[in-house]
Structure formats: structure tokens, C-alpha cells
Design a protein around this ligand. Structure first.
Ligand code: FES
Length: 133
């Protein structure tokens, strides 16, 4: 195996890419803040990171598998009522994801599998485009 592939494989394992249960995208640190102020987006991002870490949800685990991946999105193209937060594979879009709302999303959506109706924009699971091997 080449050095590059070995490095890549090590990264895949340390991040636990094959154990991800949910992936959260949050509009923050935008080039052009439109859905919320730049400061609001960053405050939400910092809160999300901190809470996932405190709850151990950012660590790859096997039983139960609880790994939640998080990605700061420059813009999720909704561009109003932000910060906008999106959870896959659930396909759930949330508005006004302030730190308080993020805490609710963590407690209710991530830990109890219940949508936070008050901040729901829309749900849309992506169709499966290929067969898993
Ligand atoms: S700037 Fe947040 S969705 Fe576009």
C-alpha cells in the first residue's frame, strides 16, 4: 500500500468514517452571512462542537453506534431564518438553530429520535441512488 493510501486509511479509522450515524451541517462562518449574523453562526457552531464533545457523540463507538459528524457549511442556500441546520440521513432541515435550539435538537432529535417541530423547515430523506455492497 502506498504511503498516501496508508495515511488515508489511518485517517478514515481515526475519524470513524464507517461508524457515522448522523451528519450535521450548520451554516456558519459564512463568506456572506445572510441567514443570520456571522457572530450568531459562529456561536451556534461553537456550541454544537462543544456539546457533541461533552456528550461523547463525536467519538466513534460500536455498541451502540452514536457517532455524529459535524460540518460547518458556508451556505446551505436557504439564506433566511438561520442559522440553518441540516441532519442526514434523516433529511431534516431546521431554522433558527441558536445554541438553545441546538440543545433541544441534541436532546430530542439526536438522543430520542424525535423532530423538534417548532424549528422544522422540511424533511426530505435522500433517495438511495445505488445498491450497497
Ligand atoms: S447564508 Fe446561511 S443558508 Fe445561506
Amino acid at each position: 500500500m502506498s504511503e498516501r493510501l496508508e495515511e488515508l486509511q489511518t485517517k478514515v479509522e481515526s475519524l470513524g468514517l464507517q461508524k457515522i450515524q448522523r451528519h450535521i451541517f450548520l451554516c456558519a462562518d459564512q463568506t456572506k452571512p445572510k441567514c443570520c449574523s456571522y457572530e450568531q453562526g459562529l456561536a451556534s457552531w461553537k456550541y454544537l462542537k462543544r456539546r457533541l464533545s461533552e456528550l461523547g457523540l463525536d467519538e466513534p463507538t460500536s455498541d451502540p453506534a452514536t457517532l455524529v459528524f459535524r460540518t460547518k457549511a458556508n451556505c446551505l442556500r436557504v439564506c433566511c431564518a438561520g442559522p440553518i441546520l441540516l441532519i442526514y440521513p434523516d433529511g431534516v432541515w431546521y431554522q433558527q438553530a441558536t445554541p438553545e435550539v441546538i440543545e433541544q435538537i441534541i436532546q430530542q432529535h439526536l438522543l430520542q429520535n424525535q423532530i423538534v417541530e417548532e424549528n422544522l423547515i422540511v424533511t426530505h430523506r435522500l433517495p438511495q441512488a445505488y445498491k450497497e455492497t
